[in-house]
Design a protein. Structure first.
Length: 278
């Protein structure tokens, strides 16, 4: 084998139902999304292939916009990988797009922003068909109070109070660019866009907003938590089933939104955040 083999760096967009996985990251004797992808790539290319994921989603978390890169030494064109891999992957994982990217791009460390979605089924009875991608809350929730409180979190803050134990981020400073809480019938949707997110940050945020929407917590608790980094001031960590990794952005043509906005109000150009790897 020559000292150097030419390759292309290929960036994948991946969708998966996280209910049957123990998270994204490869684990001994436990099913993971990374392992399924690497197994399919090995079959497709004829060689062991490592996949580097952008976000290490937890057990039960879903994704429609996970990203991952790998080195393609095969003759398969990048744009054909969704068709090839989807014939080899289990039905709860799909590759929806693939493109060649520069060699400097790393799926995790080159990330410039993420969007997460949290879905709540706010009805007396749980949904049978949506149980794997929503969280059921039978007690009424006021989404208007949730939205008003959520806007307090916009901007750059120390979100240390919004990190679960076990987080390994070197810094807990993060920037949130957009937060929306909307309702359609019995379904409440929280969408959060930011530079990067701490361990369980969106789930803690969702659980806290639900508590505010049920008048079990004052919106002022958000300000106090940001000021003190005291996790005990906030609500519960919402279940994983409601969380979806929706989109990940890079500094690439066709990838960057021109601006972030909140309720159609312009708040600034798309950021370049050197710490956006969490």
């Amino acid at each position: 084998m020559p000292d150097f083999e030419p390759f292309e760096r290929v960036l994948l967009t991946i969708e998966y139902d996280g209910s049957a996985f123990y998270g994204w990251q490869r684990q001994a004797r436990l099913r993971s999304v990374q392992e399924e992808l690497e197994r399919a790539l090995a079959r497709a290319t004829g060689r062991e292939t490592t996949v580097w994921g952008a976000s290490r989603t937890d057990a039960g978390v879903n994704a429609t916009g996970q990203r991952a890169h790998f080195h393609n030494y095969s003759t398969i064109p990048a744009e054909k990988f969704p068709f090839v891999l989807n014939t080899m992957l289990p039905p709860d994982v799909r590759v929806t797009a693939a493109r060649v990217v520069p060699e400097w791009l790393h799926a995790r460390f080159s990330c410039r922003g993420k969007i997460y979605t949290y879905r709540i089924h706010n009805a007396r009875h749980a949904s049978a068909i949506r149980r794997n991608w929503t969280t059921h809350i039978p007690v009424p929730v006021d989404e208007g109070k949730m939205q008003a409180a959520a806007l307090r979190l916009l901007g750059t803050h120390d979100f240390g109070a919004f990190q679960a134990s076990g987080g390994t981020a070197k810094s807990t400073i993060r920037t949130l660019y957009d937060i929306s809480v909307t309702r359609e019938g019995d379904d409440i949707t929280i969408v959060v866009a930011g530079s990067a997110f701490l361990y369980n940050m969106v789930r803690i945020l969702a659980g806290t907003l639900v508590a505010i929407g049920q008048d079990r917590l004052s919106p002022d608790a958000l300000d106090e938590a940001l000021a003190t980094q005291n996790r005990l001031l906030l609500g519960m960590t919402a279940p994983a089933s409601g969380l979806e990794l929706t989109r990940i952005f890079y500094d690439l043509d066709g990838e960057r939104p021109e601006k972030w906005s909140v309720n159609d109000k312009y708040i600034g150009d798309f950021p370049v955040d050197e710490s956006a790897g969490g």
